[in-house]
Design a protein around this ligand. Structure first.
Ligand SMILES: Cc1ncc(COP(=O)(O)O)c(C=O)c1O
Ligand SMILES: N[C@@H](CCOP(=O)(O)O)C(=O)O
Length: 462
């Protein structure tokens, strides 16, 4: 398996080089050279596999022989051995035909751990095997940062700098990142939004001289390893429900911001996983919902919501989907992305709108609806949803029929977002790992939201 860029100027690179490259050197995003196919027989033969075994099978489709099988098995085992649940991503019934897949049993209580504990171990492995210098630069609206830091803190040969929007992440998210005192970690609190943080790091990655000089590596979902690792749990949920005869019309509802998680579902579907509907749930930052329902992609005004990790206007994986929407045509993908830059929007024709409508259903959840759904599921089904998962559940409730089974991806533990939970007048108790954060000192530096300000810090740190 090799990897190529959505913009056509990078191709034929191996798995490890793709991971190290992160953002493609032509400014596009890396995708697999072809989408491996999983037959119905193979899928059936995977039914009895544990999460770790399944992940190893799926990764091996993308890694080829670049990582020996025994090393891959160990990497996967080490990555998921730290999870608090033996099933890693258990599927739980909420009510008739409604399930959640709990993706928050990793060290930082968010779905990002599923991919980032693996990527952290992979970077350490690559650093040991190839001597590559690993200087990680990432942007976060709260969860990716904490998880990436946890994945590499104290690891030899690795340094990590994370940008988060100052005072726009939840208190627990901020503490998870900034109470880490390992010398290889730098937290920059940027005066601006998550979109500013993401724009800055993407522009620094796109400056190929700077990127190579400082050995910058990505941990955001622009890194193809993130997407590949996130496909695994779609397969896992399908297999768990198929065993119970519940997968004939199986939907996934995905709380969406950067379009990474739902793109992983799209990829799983293209690999052969029988997904009935992929439901894209946004909060009031509803650019992607408008794209699906109206065919217009137009980033607009930032809205602060109760699901702050999804407060994203510019979805960094959108280009990957456009690439496939336009039949893997690199010129179209590049031209459309440049339209977004120059005109501020792109509009797709009716035939493409029909394809998008066949690929996704979408619903945008207002702040009040989010809180109402948290209260409803707590009162009626004794289940406490975090506000991001609540957006997914609300969308599932709007868009699915009674003959369909829907799994909402539960992307975070509610303890990370007590600001919203308290507004529902629900009193939750924190897991001890989160409770312990409140008494620790914080380490962060506040910086202006400019490339130069961040660059200055990086040059000092790396
Ligand atoms: C808790 C939570 N839910 C949902 C999302 C959205 O996922 P994605 O960015 O992959 O669309 C994020 C972050 O982006 C998140 O942190
Ligand atoms: N919600 C994310 C934003 C970054 O997304 P990523 O999937 O591209 O890393 C976060 O919590 O940081």
């Amino acid at each position: 398996m090799h990897y190529k860029s959505t913009r056509g100027q990078v191709a034929g690179i191996g798995f490890i080089d793709a991971i190290l490259m992160g953002l493609a050197d032509d400014g596009g995003l890396l995708v697999p050279e072809y989408i491996p196919q999983v037959s119905a027989e193979t899928l059936k033969s995977w039914q009895s596999l544990s999460y770790v075994e399944l992940a190893t099978e799926i990764f091996s489709l993308f890694v080829n022989d670049e990582i020996p099988r025994s090393d891959l098995e160990k990497l996967v085992q080490d990555s998921y051995g730290t999870f608090r649940h033996p099933e890693v991503t258990p599927v739980r019934k909420l009510r008739d035909n409604r399930y959640v897949m709990e993706l928050f049993h990793g060290p930082t209580f968010a779905f990002k751990d599923v991919a980032l504990q693996f990527l952290g171990n992979l970077y350490a492995y690559v650093s040991r095997k190839t001597g590559s210098v690993i200087h990680i630069l990432g942007a976060t609206s709260g969860d990716t940062g904490a998880s990436a830091i946890e994945g590499v803190r104290g690891k030899e040969g690795i340094r990590i700098c994370i940008l988060h929007p100052h005072q726009k992440v939840s208190k627990v998210q901020e503490l998870q990142m900034t109470t880490v005192d390992d010398a290889n970690v730098l937290n920059l609190a940027v005066e601006g939004t998550f979109d500013d943080c993401q724009r800055i790091i993407k522009e620094l990655f796109a400056d190929v001289d700077f990127k190579h000089r400082y050995h910058l590596r990505a941990i955001n979902s622009i890194n193809i390893a993130r997407i590949l690792a996130q496909t695994v749990y779609y397969f896992y949920a399908y297999l768990q429900l198929a065993k119970q005869g519940l997968a004939d019309k199986l939907n996934f509802s995905v709380p969406t911001g950067n379009f990474g998680d739902i793109f992983a579902g799209y990829l799983a579907q293209r690999m052969g996983l029988p997904i009935h509907k992929l439901i894209l749930a946004t909060n009031e930052n509803n650019i992607l919902e408008r794209f699906v329902n109206e065919g217009v992609y137009q980033p607009g005004e930032f809205r602060g919501t109760y699901s702050p990790s999804m407060d994203i206007q510019v979805a960094s994986n959108f280009e990957r989907y456009l690439f496939y929407l336009y039949g893997e045509n690199t010129e179209d993908a590049a031209a459309l992305m440049s339209l977004v830059k120059t005109e501020g929007k792109l509009v797709i024709p009716d035939d493409k709108k029909a394809t998008v409508a066949a690929d996704f259903a979408a619903h945008a959840v207002e702040n009040d609806e989010c809180l109402a759904v948290i209260s409803q599921y707590y009162d009626d089904y004794s289940y406490l949803l975090d506000p991001h998962t609540a957006c997914g559940v609300a969308a599932a409730d709007q868009l699915t029929g009674t003959d369909e089974v829907t799994v909402t991806l539960s992307t975070a533990h509610p303890a990370k977002f007590n600001e919203a939970i308290a507004l529902c007048e629900i009193k939750q108790s924190y897991p001890e790992q989160i409770e312990a954060l409140f008494s620790k000192p914080q380490h962060l530096k506040i910086v202006k939201g400019t490339n130069e300000a961040v660059q200055d810090e990086l040059v000092r740190f790396f």
